[in-house]
Design a protein. Structure first.
Length: 154
């Protein structure tokens, strides 16, 4: 009787042991594509140039027909206005996360990410969290920012 009880117990545990052995292993995070790595680096550089008030370097990243729509409700701004804004903003800290890059045609890509930043604008404290969508295009062999849309969220 004990022998049969031991056999039944072992048979009853086999599905559990088999199930544990066959559990799916965690899927490693996808490696960034070369395009995603390139454009994420470009975005990071643009924010660093803006923070450090390197107007010429920041302007060089933008296309001449750049349009930006920010979370301030002021409406679209062109390249000249976007670069001039650097003088009014003291960007003290920022964090860029959740990057997604999607090619949308030959030499163009949509870049989406979350930005959290704080500092001062025209002397007043600011702190925001925004969803950012940007269109980057290749011009003259270099990736340039053509369009940017920022939307506040909590």
């Amino acid at each position: 009787m004990r022998k049969w009880l031991a056999v039944l117990l072992c048979l009853g545990c086999m599905p559990i042991a088999t199930g544990l052995a066959q559990q799916k292993k965690p899927v490693p995070a996808k490696a960034k594509t070369p395009l995603a790595a390139t454009l994420e680096a470009k975005v990071q550089q643009a924010w660093a140039d803006y923070q450090l008030k390197r107007k010429a370097a920041f302007a060089a990243i933008l296309t001449d027909d750049f349009i930006g729509v920010e979370d301030d409700g002021a409406g679209p701004r062109d390249k000249k206005a976007e670069v001039a804004e650097i003088d009014q903003v003291d960007l003290e800290q920022y964090a860029l996360t959740d990057f997604k890059v999607k090619p949308i045609g030959a030499g163009s890509a949509l870049v989406r990410y979350t930005a959290e930043y704080s500092g001062k604008t025209t002397g007043q404290p600011m702190r925001d969290k925004v969803a950012v969508a940007e269109i980057w295009i290749q011009r003259g062999g270099a990736w340039k920012l053509m369009y940017e849309q920022m939307t506040k969220f909590e």
